[in-house]
Design a protein around this ligand. Structure first.
Ligand code: FMN
Length: 209
């Protein structure tokens, strides 16, 4: 028997991984990142994510290390929308390093050249060799636990650490059909300008569980 909740006790950070599709920056939120050796890092990206597709073409990827002062729309935009449909960097301060987009307010960045892809059932495990990296800010790095417990954030189904039980806890009434956020209580009593605190979608995307 596997109690999936035990997996959340593994420690992760929260990052933006990004690459360049010709002149268009693309990227998404990822927590499944680890250092493998002194100069290699592994990143797990879902097959459905556009960032996965473009990384296979460019063979280059940047990691921006997020901190707890992250701008409130950044994770909803990068974690619940696809670069396929929009330029997520449009309203975000970023700079190009090694021709890869880096979030300026991040704690730091690492740029990588992808040297190996391992195909798993749902995800590609990219192994990257470090090209460059530096510290940009000294705020507290965001952990995945902080994201869940303090920001009360959720992970979409494409995140490797998504846990189905999130939506079957007792007392749950409505679920955001976009990001899976659970609203407990009578959502009909909320004003019409109520929006999902995670993905900022309006009240009418919530479905009763
Ligand atoms: C906190 C958090 C962690 C996530 N971690 C991962 C991850 O490690 N790997 C992954 O493939 N997707 C992860 N996701 C989901 C992607 O960010 C999401 O599917 C995104 O919309 C993909 O965008 P894209 O199509 O532009 O690549 C995570 C999302 C959140 C909110």
């Amino acid at each position: 028997m596997l109690n999936k909740a035990v997996l959340w006790n593994l420690s992760y950070g929260v990052y933006i991984v990004s690459t360049m599709e010709n002149n268009k920056p693309v990227g998404c939120v990822a927590n499944s990142i680890m250092q493998l050796t002194h100069d290699t890092i592994a990143i797990s990206l879902n097959h459905q994510n556009y960032t996965n597709k473009i990384t296979k073409e460019t063979k280059k990827l940047a990691i921006s290390i997020l901190n707890t002062e992250v701008e409130e729309n950044l994770i909803p935009t990068f974690g619940f929308c696809s670069s396929k449909d929009r330029n997520k960097f449009e309203n975000v301060e970023y700079k190009l390093i090694d021709n890869l987009p880096i979030i300026t307010n991040a704690n730091g960045y690492i740029t990588l050249e992808i040297i190996e892809n391992v195909e798993l059932e749902t995800h590609t495990l990219f192994v990257g060799k470090i090209i460059n990296g530096d510290i940009l800010n000294n705020s507290i790095p965001m952990t995945y636990k902080y994201y869940h417990e303090v920001i009360k954030g959720r992970a979409p189904k494409t995140a490797p650490t998504y846990i189905e039980e999130e939506i079957t806890k007792e007392g749950i009434k409505y679920k955001c059909s976009i990001c899976g956020y659970i609203y407990e209580g009578d959502i009909d009593k909320e004003n019409n300008d109520f929006f999902c605190p995670i993905c900022k979608q309006p009240k009418n995307v919530f479905v009763k569980i």
